[in-house]
Design a binder for this molecule. Structure first.
Ligand code: HEC
Length: 271
């Protein structure tokens, strides 16, 4: 009995050690949990070593025991594996490709020409939009500009998701792709890490100002988020991983959120 307690204690200490070490190293929680499961499985095997021998079954009983044991272990593995978060390899690869390329679509080696054209087209649209915003004066509603772009843009026809002309769709896609939802709640979704809810951001900032905030997070500070602003909680990487037209699309999409019943904090101009 004493032996069992010692082994369980060792297992628990190891589990705690894994938990805190992996936390200090910045592993996501799912990995931390996985390490704990490893430690507990290890402890279990460690305990099994002390189980007294039994006489091995032979003949038919032996065969059934072996098959039964494999079925049991197989079921156990299957069940445990299905508890972990599931990923679609294709989806993840697409996301990675999009971020790495910093362009509207992952490069498809079979269709490079169409994609290059599409990128050029979207880039031009972005520039046209920025130009228009300048001419209109920052305060003009971004809807007008977005609508103008959408009408100027011919349907790309190339098929595939993301459809060229739909700046709002591209904006929402960027919201997902850049994982803004990790810190910001919008339409009641997301924001597990603390950041302001953005449902009313369109009443407080223009499209140009939101763009500035994305490209340079120090440019504005959300009221009541002084500490987070000081610490630079909002990542300063979007200017490196997003193309100009992607930032414009995202900012345009966000500037449409004017839900005054949500207390989006007031942005204070810092730069
Ligand atoms: C790691 C967390 C994090 C991520 C990811 C993040 N933000 Fe933020 N964001 C914050 C925090 C914290 C604040 C408040 C402090 C500040 O203003 O810098 C903030 C502030 C803002 C504000 C100003 C809100 C206000 O009311 O003044 C906007 C707009 C914004 N973020 C947009 C975005 C967009 C768009 C993305 C994705 C491209 C994004 N954020 C990604 C943490 C994050």
């Amino acid at each position: 009995m004493g032996k069992v307690i010692v082994k369980v204690l060792i297992g628990l200490v190891a589990a705690a050690g894994f938990w805190f070490t992996s936390m200090a190293m910045g592993f996501p929680p799912v990995f931390q949990t996985m390490f704990i499961v490893f430690a507990l499985t290890g402890t279990f095997v460690f305990l099994l070593l002390d189980v007294p021998h039994t006489t091995p079954p032979s003949g038919v009983v032996g065969l059934i025991s072996v098959i039964g044991f494999f079925c049991l272990v197989g079921l156990g593995y299957g069940a445990a594996a299905s508890l972990w978060p599931q990923f679609e390899t294709g989806d993840e690869q697409e996301k990675i490709a999009k971020v790495l390329n910093g362009k509207e679509n992952p490069l498809d080696p079979w269709n490079a020409e169409e994609i290059t054209n599409r990128i050029k087209e979207l880039d031009e649209k972005g520039k046209a939009l920025a130009e228009r915003m300048k001419n209109l004066g920052g305060d003009q509603s971004a809807v007008a500009a977005a609508a103008a772009v959408a009408s100027v843009a011919p349907a790309t026809g190339g098929g595939g998701e993301g459809g060229g002309g739909d700046i709002m769709k591209l904006g929402e896609e960027q919201w997902q792709l850049q994982e803004c939802y990790n810190c910001h709640k919008i339409r009641g979704e997301g924001g597990k890490k603390r950041g302001p809810e953005l449902d009313n951001i369109g009443s407080l900032l223009t499209m140009e100002e939101i763009k500035l905030k994305i490209l340079d997070p120090k440019s504005f500070m959300a009221e009541g988020f002084e500490k987070e602003w000081e610490k630079g909680r909002m990542p300063d990487k979007f200017k490196d991983v997003m193309s100009d037209s992607e930032v414009v699309a995202l900012a345009t999409w966000l500037s449409e959120f004017k839900n005054t019943s949500v207390a989006t904090p007031k942005p204070i101009k810092k730069k």
